[in-house]
Write a protein that binds this ligand. Structure first.
Ligand code: SF4
Length: 443
């Protein structure tokens, strides 16, 4: 059942806060040397998760918040794959032998900028370093506008088990306002081709809060997308951060939904997708019953990492490619965002890591609290001393957003919209960050 948070509450709690795909968050990273990562890398055991960032896109969407390079020449992909495989071998050399691949995710940018032959070489090369473990999940983000039927059909043959289609919206006015022309039939065709090729796990990304979007148009988008029965729907709030992403200034001439409008769209999505049989997973995902995300939610193993929600609990995650972030055994590491520098570094046989962090015991304890709240909306604080945080949660309790029962903190159904605010209470770095306006608004 959908609950629209009261505008007065939304106003009261509006602030800037992270989406907590990590804790501490990336702005806390500092320059880090390869040698500092040697020990955390060698400690890990069990399956490995890999994220490969492919930075290329053929056209810039004006709402884009990703690290992208606009390029038409798809031949660039060959050299890039060579660099990623060189980098992967460097990471692998630091790890213990015998580790298997549990999860591979290709994101971007547009991973299907890489022609099928390059994707095939990439997957085979990575599987040569980390043999596929049982039930390994290989996923790829696909832009339905720039991929051919043959390329879609090749994906399961290459080994991909899951595809995520970037849809965002289906309304032509909205798509024109963000420079992303994408006729809806293209999306439908991509679904049919993928399913015809035997790929059953097809998800969709949607964005609310875009220019020219209205409650009515977004409702129609939700209805249209639900008819395709994607196994997962990720619903992201548009983050307007033009000081970080200058192209977003280009959409300021269009009216955007205000905070009240965005809140209503979020509630509408919960209502419509719930009515269409989807289960709400965490803050911003929906999945069909039986999907692994739903099972992970039900058995308490849902996790969160740089890609959002994941079922691969506790796996070391290595980030490969330009700007990619990894997190493993008490450390985070982010690669340089400069592609030439990236290629040069790995060509010299050095990791391309530029920034990162070695976590303190306090960081690790707070990460557990924040991730548990983000994934399960509840956490047992145990006997840790969070007296100050508990006193800051009192106003959330008074507003019916949180309950506190002994050491257990739980977010109520009405409080889910404010999950970033609740987690921010446990973020010991946030106060300094907010002053720098690094994050998007919570509502
Ligand atoms: S396709 Fe995605 S990554 Fe590429 S410009 Fe558009 S929003 Fe950004």
């Amino acid at each position: 059942m959908s609950t629209v948070p009261a505008p007065a509450l939304v106003d009261r709690y509006r602030t800037r806060a992270p989406r907590y795909t990590s804790y501490p968050t990336a702005p806390q990273f500092r320059p880090i040397a390869e040698d500092e990562l040697r020990e955390p890398l060698s400690r890990g055991e069990g399956p490995v998760a890999l994220y490969v960032h492919v930075p290329f896109c053929q056209r810039l969407c004006h709402y884009c918040g990703c690290h992208v390079e606009i390029r038409k020449n798809r031949d660039l992909g060959a050299e890039y794959v060579d660099s990623v495989l060189r980098e992967a071998a460097l990471w692998r050399a630091y790890q213990q032998p015998g580790r298997k691949l549990g999860q591979l995710a290709l994101g971007g940018g547009t991973p299907t900028f890489l022609r099928s032959e390059y994707l095939s070489r990439l997957v085979a090369g990575l599987a040569g370093l980390w043999p596929l473990g049982p039930g390994a999940e290989l996923s790829i983000e696909v832009d339905p506008r720039t991929v051919s039927s043959e390329e879609l059909e090749a994906l399961p043959k290459i080994g991909f088990t899951r595809v995520n289609l970037g849809v965002q919206d289906v309304d032509e006015t909205v798509l024109a306002a963000v420079n992303r022309p994408q006729p809806f039939p293209l999306v439908g065709q991509a679904f049919s081709t993928l399913r015809g090729a035997g790929l059953a796990q097809v998800g969709v990304d949607l964005v609310y809060g875009l220019p020219a979007q209205t409650e009515e148009s977004f409702g129609a988008t939700l209805d249209a997308v639900a008819t395709l029965r994607p196994t997962r729907i990720a619903l992201f709030q548009y983050a307007h951060v033009p000081w970080l992403k200058p192209q977003q200034k280009l959409i300021e001439r269009f009216a955007r939904p205000d905070s009240d409008g965005r809140t209503r769209m979020w509630a509408l999505a919960r209502e419509k997708l719930g009515g269409a049989g989807y289960v709400e997973v965490g803050m911003d995902h929906f999945a069909l019953p039986g999907d692994e995300l739903v099972l992970a939610l039900q058995n308490g193993s849902l996790q969160r990492n740089f890609e959002g929600y994941t079922t691969h609990a506790g796996h070391d995650l290595l980030g490969l490619g330009v700007s990619a972030i990894g997190g493993f055994d008490g450390a985070y590491a982010q690669n340089t965002k400069d592609r030439e520098r990236y290629g040069a570094r790995v060509g010299e046989g050095k990791l391309a890591v530029e920034r990162g962090l070695l976590l303190t015991a306090d960081d690790i304890a707070r990460r557990r609290v924040i991730m548990s709240l983000f994934c399960n909306f509840t956490v047992d604080l145990g006997d840790a001393d969070y007296a100050e945080e508990l006193s800051r949660l009192e106003r959330f309790v008074e507003d019916g957003l949180v309950t506190i029962d002994g050491s257990r903190v739980s977010v109520t159904p009405n409080g889910r919209f404010f999950i970033r605010n609740v987690c921010a209470v446990f973020d010991r770095y946030l106060e300094a960050d907010v002053a720098t306006r690094r994050y998007s608004e919570t509502a």
